[in-house]
Design a protein around this ligand. Structure first.
Ligand code: NDP
Length: 481
């Protein structure tokens, strides 16, 4: 695939203006192809198609829609090599990650919601002289807006429950990672999903994305992206009383207690910090270590980080590929420079000028994993989301100090605690202001569980019944005996 197209009413089309945006492979700086630069007119065409498809789609049986999800999962699985290749080309991520996380979960999301839908309860409340029946209706046309870090994984996490509950869709992926969303549209087209049920509009956030949020016929918005964008989305959608789900940024804490068996856990802590070059909303970017273990931790962690192999995404042994773009690397590097201004010292890594990745093409967006010590926990680098391979190390004396620092950000998405005593870890976990926290593990996901953040990390939850509740409107019918 090179030039991608919108998918509207079952047809692959250019934007109405024919305007395009280049799509760049960040691992080598070359242009892969073009992306339609769609605007409100394209979004309106897609919404009208979704509205036309809605009456028939919402009256298909639940079983039929479950079977469509299985059919999509099967078709994606058969072509998972294509998903891997396209995701690598768009993002510069390493092949092992594209296979084990992106391609795997994109298929698993459809299969999971198909399985889960089979067990959907139909609540019934009996009372004096009447029975209440709770029905689930679709919202209608829903807008799905997703970021670039886990492109098909995050889109499929929304598409599957939205379809299952009988909604029709207008989706917009990040313009930096358009290929797998287009591939999903192709798969749906190949298996004969009715036209207009899934529509895809590519383009820039402030044009195509904003037009989705503003369209009066799109009644629900599920958005995953940065907190600053989330504020714009909320400000636009709230006065229109749209149903809204916001999965936003984070500044997740990794907590290492004094009894943690460090050598046993170190590889997992490194992975929690640098998977996908730190560009996963769940990555831990602030590590708090009990003062009595800090020196031991800092030297072992730094050593392990230095063993990570950064470079050619096609090499099976590569741990870290490139960042999403040169512009994003510039932003991440500005935080490394700021960290030094704020009094931090670089334990390993640094900017690409200070410590370049060797043997990578000119114009690529690689950056070494960077560990910074000595920063106050309330410094900008330790409280603002960087969303790259940069981790700050801090120490704590008491649990009160620890919680004051850990909870001292505007974010609250995820976190992890590492300890020799899982009961102690569990107790501490309940005091952290966050939506998800792991004890002695990370990214260990059961798709039935609630996923989402508190504070500026979002509003609402995805996963299992939470997704199905979001993508439906409940109707209570009270029948007198
Ligand atoms: P952005 O917020 O920049 O973009 C997310 C999506 O929103 C993109 O498709 C973007 O389009 C679009 N968009 C931008 N402006 C608007 C607008 N005015 N109206 C509607 N849509 C708009 O996030 P990034 O793509 O940079 O992704 C990284 C962020 O996502 C990080 O903050 C990360 O923490 C967060 N994230 C959160 C997750 C969670 O589950 N909580 C999971 C993964 C990431 P365009 O690309 O054209 O700008």
């Amino acid at each position: 695939m090179a030039d991608v197209l919108n998918y509207i009413d079952g047809v692959f089309v250019a934007s109405h203006s024919n305007a395009t945006i280049p799509n760049i492979n960040p691992a080598n700086g070359t242009t892969i192809g073009s992306v339609p630069a769609s605007d409100a007119i394209d979004v309106d065409l897609a919404t009208k198609a979704a509205l036309r498809a809605l009456p028939a789609w919402k009256t298909t049986s639940f079983e039929e829609r479950i079977n469509w999800l299985y059919a999509i999962a099967d078709a994606l699985q058969e072509q998972s090599q294509t998903i891997i290749a396209l995701e690598m080309e768009d993002t510069g991520k390493p092949v092992s990650l594209a296979r084990n996380i992106d391609a795997f979960r994109s298929v698993a999301n459809f299969r999971f919601f198909a399985d889960h839908g089979k067990q959907l309860p139909e609540p019934k409340f009996e009372m004096d002289q009447a029975t209440n029946y709770v029905h689930r209706n679709p919202i209608g046309v829903v807008g799905l807006i997703t970021p670039w870090n886990l492109p098909l994984y995050l889109l499929s996490w929304k598409v599957a429950p939205a379809l299952l509950m009988g909604n029709t869709i207008v989706a917009k992926p990040s313009e930096m990672t358009p290929q797998t969303a287009t591939f999903l549209a192709k798969v749906m087209d190949d298996i004969g999903l009715p036209k207009g049920v899934f529509n895809l509009v590519h383009g820039l956030g402030p044009q195509a994305g904003q037009a989705i949020i503003e369209h009066p016929d799109i009644r629900g918005i599920s958005f995953t992206g940065g907190t600053a964008t989330g504020k714009i989305v909320a400000a636009t959608a709230a006065p229109m009383f749209k149903k809204l789900s916001l999965e936003l940024g984070g500044k997740n804490a990794t907590i290492v207690l004094d009894d943690a068996p460090l050598e046993e856990m170190m590889n997992s802590i490194v992975r929690a910090s640098f998977a996908n070059s730190g560009q996963i909303c769940l990555c831990g970017s602030r590590i708090f270590v009990d003062k009595s273990r800090y020196d031991e931790f800092a030297s072992s962690f730094t050593w392990h980080v230095e063993q990570l192999k950064v470079g050619n995404p096609h090499d099976e042994t590569t741990n870290m590929g490139s960042l999403i773009s040169v512009e994003h690397r510039d932003k991440v590097e500005s935080y490394i420079n700021l960290a030094v201004e704020e009094g931090g010292h670089i334990l390993t890594g640094g900017t690409s000028a200070q410590h370049p990745v060797t043997n990578v093409p000119e114009g690529s967006a690689f950056l070494r994993p960077t560990v910074i010590g000595g920063l106050p926990a309330h410094s900008r680098c330790a409280t603002e989301e960087i969303f790259g391979p940069v981790v700050t190390l801090h120490t704590f004396d008491t649990e009160t100090d620890l919680l004051e620092m850990v909870n001292g950000t505007n974010y609250g998405l995820a976190g992890s605690i590492w300890t020799g005593d899982k009961q102690r870890g569990h107790q501490l976990a309940t005091k952290v202001e966050t939506g998800i926290i792991w004890v002695n593990t990370w990214l260990h996901r059961d798709l039935r569980t609630p996923f989402g953040g508190v504070k500026n990390s979002g509003v609402g939850r995805e996963g299992g019944d939470w997704s199905l509740n979001f993508f439906s409107e409940l109707l209570n019918v009270c029948v007198h005996e």
